[in-house]
Design a protein around this ligand. Structure first.
Ligand SMILES: NC(=O)c1ccc[n+]([C@@H]2O[C@H](COP(=O)([O-])OP(=O)(O)OC[C@H]3O[C@@H](n4cnc5c(N)ncnc54)[C@H](O)[C@@H]3O)[C@@H](O)[C@H]2O)c1
Length: 251
């Protein structure tokens, strides 16, 4: 029997990209999944059920605390417990140098990418403590390690996610809740399509060549590390940001 059998995962941003790929790997291993997303999750849930999994969708804006509370309540009401939180909801945001970035654009990225992770953990962790522990994986980025011109809010939010992850990991280290982050390189998902990066186009070839492996990554390659961080194999791993970046940051 898989160690994930009977366990329950909440995945913010689970309707798409890295969140959805993580949801697939959870259900394939026997976990039950709550897809929490601002976008419609009906297609994601149908796909997970077709894989033989148990999944529900809850509409949630991660910047709204009431929505985040409802997301955790839905997990417990549907499946009785919460073991894993994967916090993947995020946006790229407007591209502009600092002096040209509006306060609204700054606030939007920080509130979704950073405050959303804070609110998610704030409500996920108490539920995990009730059943003896759990694991949180926050999705940061290579831009939590290095800068990127015209993306100050995104870069700040993703560096912030790593700091937040470390602090929370220390707070719950003796209570069997492990808190880690994953820092993907550029991954083919709808998020990058909105920035004009589509597999095979000129921009994607340029971006691919920025990675030591001379390619972009796939959502499944990130999800595999998310699942490992939730697994017993990572039982002594907490407070870490794990690069999944084809060697981008090593250069
Ligand atoms: N794709 C990449 O190259 C890449 C690289 C590094 C990090 N990331 C990070 O990975 C995470 C997932 O991104 P992805 O590439 O899978 O993108 P995606 O656009 O495919 O998925 C993101 C999901 O988050 C949801 N979302 C956005 N704002 C939300 C909100 N306020 N409340 C709830 N849900 C919201 C979207 O509806 C979407 O379903 C993000 O945090 C992103 O910053 C992505």
């Amino acid at each position: 029997m898989s160690e994930f059998e009977g366990k329950v995962a909440v995945i913010t941003g689970g309707a798409s990209g890295i969140g959805l790929a993580s949801a697939r790997m959870f259900v394939e291993r026997g976990a039950k999944v709550v897809i929490a997303d601002m976008a419609d999750g009906a297609a994601a849930v149908a796909e997970l059920k077709a894989l033989g999994g148990e999944a529900v969708y809850v509409k949630a804006n991660v910047t709204a605390e009431a929505d985040v509370q409802n997301m955790v309540r839905t997990a417990v009401a549907s499946f009785g417990r919460l073991d894993y939180g994967v916090n993947s909801a995020g946006i790229g945001g407007a591209a502009a140098p600092v002096a040209d970035l509006s306060l609204d654009d700054w606030n939007k990225v920080i509130s979704i990418n950073l405050t959303g992770v804070f609110l998610s953990m704030k409500h996920q962790i108490p539920e995990m403590l009730k059943t003896g522990g759990g694991a949180v994986v926050n999705i940061s980025s290579i831009l939590g390690w290095v800068g990127w011109a015209t993306s100050s809010a995104y870069v700040a939010s993703k560096h912030g996610v790593i700091g937040l992850t470390k602090a929370a990991a220390l707070e719950y280290a003796t209570q069997n809740v492990r808190v880690n982050a994953v820092s993907p390189g550029f991954i083919y998902t709808p998020l990058l399509e909105t920035a004009g990066i589509v597999e095979g186009n000129e921009l994607s070839t340029y971006i691919a060549n920025l990675h030591a492996m001379k390619r972009m990554g796939r959502a499944e390659e990130v999800a595999a590390v998310v699942i490992w961080l939730c697994s017993d194999g990572a039982s002594f791993v907490t407070g870490m940001a794990h690069l999944v970046d084809g060697g981008f940051v090593a250069q």
